[in-house]
Design a protein around this ligand. Structure first.
Ligand code: ZN
Length: 147
């Protein structure tokens, strides 16, 4: 198991040191902000949504390695996906983080990939908020873009 934990730690550190899709998108992309005051994490998520598809996504902000790596992995997982699939991925991630029950409604073909590296976070309840910050901010962005 320790080898797997080492691998997960490497994946998280890689995303923290070399974040993917970091930056901003100009309007009319939506921008939502989230913060986790307990840890000092701040995240802004930029979404370019057209025809029900997340065409592009960026994040900016600062904070601990968990919050930033999670946001980086999230951008890869949602870019190019339909809004419905993005919501399913977010739901599966929250199930992984044990903050949502598995009600069997997430399609079986929705996979998390690298994001599973964050499952060790569940052992540290305080850090779950760090891991979920970017995702909650993403979901707010989806809600505000729908109008
Ligand atoms: Zn944090």
């Amino acid at each position: 198991m320790s080898n797997l934990e080492d691998l997960y730690r490497e994946v998280i550190l890689d995303h923290y040191r070399t974040p993917r899709n970091k930056g901003e998108l100009p309007p009319p992309a939506t921008c939502t902000e989230g913060a986790n005051p307990l840890c000092g994490d701040e995240i802004r998520i930029f979404l370019d949504i057209a025809d029900g598809v997340v065409r592009d996504v960026r994040f900016s902000g600062h904070g601990c390695s968990i919050s930033q790596a999670s946001a980086s992995m999230m951008t890869i997982a949602v870019k190019g996906k339909s809004v419905a699939d993005v919501r399913a991925v977010a739901k599966r991630f929250k199930q992984l983080m044990t903050i949502e029950e598995d009600d069997g409604k997430v399609p079986a073909d929705i996979r998390l990939g690298d994001i599973e590296a964050l499952q060790g976070v569940v052992k540290y309840p305080v850090r779950i908020k760090c891991a979920v910050l970017g995702w909650n901010t993403l979901l707010e962005g989806l809600d505000s873009a729908r109008t």
